[in-house]
Ligand binder design. Structure first.
Ligand code: SF4
Length: 422
């Protein structure tokens, strides 16, 4: 039973007074949070189907919820997906924060005195991350800055940025917004999408966006004097990335993807993911019990992304093995590539100095291609010199034909995201 002490027809979280629209309720309704409350890790099931299966013709009296296993005072409100422990909302939030603190301290992710740029998108993951780090900042001895990226996606990013601004004002955190249009010679994601429209390759938007977004966050973090960057990727995000890299045969990214972040090679700022060991279900639950206000619409380009297939596959795996997401994350950490499969050590981009496996880094190559009207050539690479789409698609077009150039490879974050492409 998802919510302890409730019957099958009342599985969703209770309404939250003072919050105009509880996005957590929506996330529960669309299945993102549902399984968190299921006993024994059963497959997520819709309210309607469970209700019709489980509700008897004559409703039985609801079983009273057990006491919280931690404080033994309040009634339990949930069962933790990982441990099965029955906790009240307050004890669950305290445990969640303690686990993030342990992740940061054990991994030595944020040293005392660090100025931390939080990649803020207004979505649930970065909202939870900013809230938890704000709670932990005095103990960690770090200061926080919110950095948001405006990709220039009409009908989507404006509303998400409004949520970030509300958070910054409510939590009294400095906020800086950096825009693609300002950083990349006027290019926005809508403009990039238009340049690939009609080619059947518009699904590549996330690949372009991931490359530019990573660069934009780095620029924004430097602008605010940050020494470290944190992003809100959770265990499910990381497991999806591992699956995507396996499915693409991308040994280089598999080799680089382990651990909780990067130490900042090649002059880049160190990055880490303090929520990497937290499941998406628990992130949604934390947002619910802390009554966090976040933005939960999907980016207009997300439905085309390859990540959606990896996410679907992960859900199927989790139905059979509830620990599949974390197991995949740990598998990637322990992965050892044979010497012949290891990518060559990256060099420096000849234009900007960032890490690059070619003369130009991906961001500079993409911008170069955009200026020349051949955007997709910029980041098209993959096994055997072919990119993901080009390997099965039509042959390369003549120069100057942006509508049918080869598609991009496994570059960028490839996220079907609300916020996890920071
Ligand atoms: Fe960019 Fe994320 Fe939208 Fe893809 S889903 S275009 S990565 S904001």
């Amino acid at each position: 039973m998802p919510v302890l002490g409730r019957d099958a027809g009342d599985l969703q979280p209770p309404p939250l007074p003072g919050v105009p629209h509880s996005q957590a309720r929506d996330d529960f309704q669309d299945g993102k949070g549902r399984g968190a409350m299921d006993k024994g890790g059963s497959a997520p099931t819709s309210v309607a189907s469970r209700g019709s299966q489980l509700l008897p013709a004559r409703p039985e009296p609801a079983m009273p919820a057990p006491q919280c296993a931690s404080c033994h005072a309040a009634r339990a409100a949930l069962r933790r997906p990982r441990s099965g422990q029955a906790l009240c909302g307050a004890c669950f939030c305290a445990a969640f924060e303690a686990e993030v603190l342990h992740t940061v301290l054990a991994g030595r992710l944020l040293p005392p005195g660090a100025v931390v740029a939080v990649g803020a998108s207004g979505g649930k993951d970065s909202t939870v991350l900013a809230h938890v780090l704000r709670e932990l900042a005095p103990r960690l001895g770090v200061s926080l800055r919110l950095v948001a990226v405006d990709e220039g996606i009409g009908g989507y990013r404006d509303a998400a940025l409004a949520a970030v601004r509300r958070q910054a004002a409510r939590w009294d955190l400095p906020l800086t917004v950096v825009a693609y249009a300002d950083l990349f010679g006027g290019w926005t994601m809508d403009a990039v999408a238009r340049s690939t429209a009609g080619s059947g390759r518009s699904r590549a938007c996330c690949t372009f966006c991931g490359v530019l977004r990573r660069r934009a966050l780095e620029e924004g973090a430097r602008l605010v004097g940050a020494t470290h960057i944190v992003t809100g990727h959770n265990a499910d995000d990381m497991a999806e990335t591992v699956l995507m890299n396996f499915l693409r045969g991308d040994a280089g990214r598999l080799a680089r993807g382990g651990g909780l972040g990067s130490r900042g090679e090649g002059g880049a700022l160190p990055r880490c993911r303090p929520l990497q060991l937290a499941s998406q279900k628990e992130v949604v639950l934390y947002a619910h019990f802390r009554r966090l206000d976040y933005f939960s619409e999907e980016c207009v380009y997300a439905p085309e992304a390859f990540r959606g297939h990896a996410r679907h596959l992960l859900k199927l795996l989790e139905a059979a093995r509830p620990s599949a997401a974390l197991d995949l994350v740990h598998s990637a950490e322990r992965l050892a590539l044979a010497p012949a499969a290891r990518p060559p050590p990256p060099g420096a981009c000849s234009r900007c100095g960032a890490l690059a496996s070619r003369a130009l880094c991906q961001a500079c190559a993409l911008l170069d291609g955009l200026q020349r009207g051949r955007p997709r050539l910029a980041i098209g690479k993959g096994r055997g010199g072919r990119d993901e789409e080009g390997s099965s698609g039509p042959p390369p077009p003549p120069p100057g034909d942006p509508g049918s150039a080869p598609g991009p490879a496994a570059g960028g974050c490839g996220a079907a995201c609300k916020e996890r492409c920071e």
